[in-house]
Write a protein that binds this ligand. Structure first.
Ligand code: SF4
Length: 203
C-alpha cells in the first residue's frame, strides 16, 4: 500500500512492479546531466498517467504545492482526467493528469513541476509526491517489463547526439529512490545483463 505519511522517503512504494528487464536498459545512453535550459521541460507538455493511489496522495497534500501552480490550474477539478485500467500500475488503474493551457496541470514555466517544488520547499524529499512515471523517465514499465521509452525522440534528452552516458549511471539517484533492494541489485549487478538474458530465455 502507499504510504501517505510524508517523510524523507517516497510516498510511492518501492515495490517489485516489474518482473523482467529489457536488455536495452543496460545498453541505453542518456545525457550526462539534465539541461532544462535546452529541454524546456517539453516532456511536461501533455501530462502523464499516474496510479490512482498517487492521485490520492497528491490530493491529500495539495496544501504543499497549490501556491506553485499557474493561475489557470489552481482548481483541483482541472488536475485529473479520465481513468483507465493499467496492469502496470500497482493498483491496476491509471488516471491522466490533464493538460491545462498548453502544459500538464502541475507544470509551471518558472519552476517546473509544482509537485516537486512544493515537496522540496515543504522540507520533504523532492520526489515525495511526484508521479512515479515522471521520476522514472526514460525508464518505463510496459507489460510487466522495465524498458526504455524511446517514443519521445523529439525531446532534447532523447536525441542520439546528446546521449553520451550509460543510462543507469545517469539516473542512479532515481533508481535508488524508486526501486526496492532486490530490483536495485538486478539493475546494478556487475554481471548484468547475462542473468536477465537467461531469464528472458525461459519466458
Ligand atoms: S506531474 Fe510534474 S513532472 Fe510530471 S508531467 Fe506534470 S509537471 Fe511534469
Amino acid at each position: 500500500m502507499y504510504n501517505t505519511s510524508l517523510d524523507k522517503q517516497s510516498t510511492i512504494p518501492r515495490s517489485s512492479v516489474f518482473l523482467k528487464i529489457d536488455p536495452l536498459v543496460f545498453s541505453a545512453k542518456f545525457p550526462d546531466r539534465c539541461r532544462l535550459d535546452l529541454c524546456r521541460s517539453r516532456c511536461c507538455r501533455f501530462g502523464v498517467w499516474v496510479d490512482v493511489e498517487e492521485r490520492k496522495t497528491i490530493l491529500l497534500h495539495q496544501d504543499l504545492f497549490t501556491r506553485y501552480l499557474r493561475p489557470e490550474a489552481k482548481d483541483p477539478k482541472t488536475w485529473f482526467g479520465k481513468t483507465e485500467p493499467d496492469r502496470d500500475c500497482p493498483s491496476g488503474l491509471a488516471v491522466e493528469t490533464q493538460e491545462v493551457a498548453g502544459g500538464c496541470a502541475f507544470y509551471h514555466p518558472d519552476h517546473g513541476c509544482a509537485l516537486q517544488k512544493g515537496a522540496a520547499e515543504g522540507g520533504l524529499h523532492e520526489w515525495a509526491i511526484k508521479p512515479r512515471f515522471c521520476v522514472m523517465f526514460p525508464l518505463v514499465v510496459s507489460g510487466g517489463e522495465l524498458t526504455v521509452d524511446d517514443d519521445m525522440k523529439s525531446l532534447w534528452c532523447m536525441k542520439g547526439k546528446n546521449r553520451t552516458r550509460p543510462l543507469l549511471d545517469a539516473i542512479r539517484k532515481e533508481v535508488e529512490f524508486l526501486f526496492d533492494e532486490t530490483q536495485r541489485k538486478r539493475l546494478f549487478a556487475e554481471e548484468e545483463p547475462f542473468p536477465i538474458l537467461n531469464a528472458r530465455g525461459h519466458r
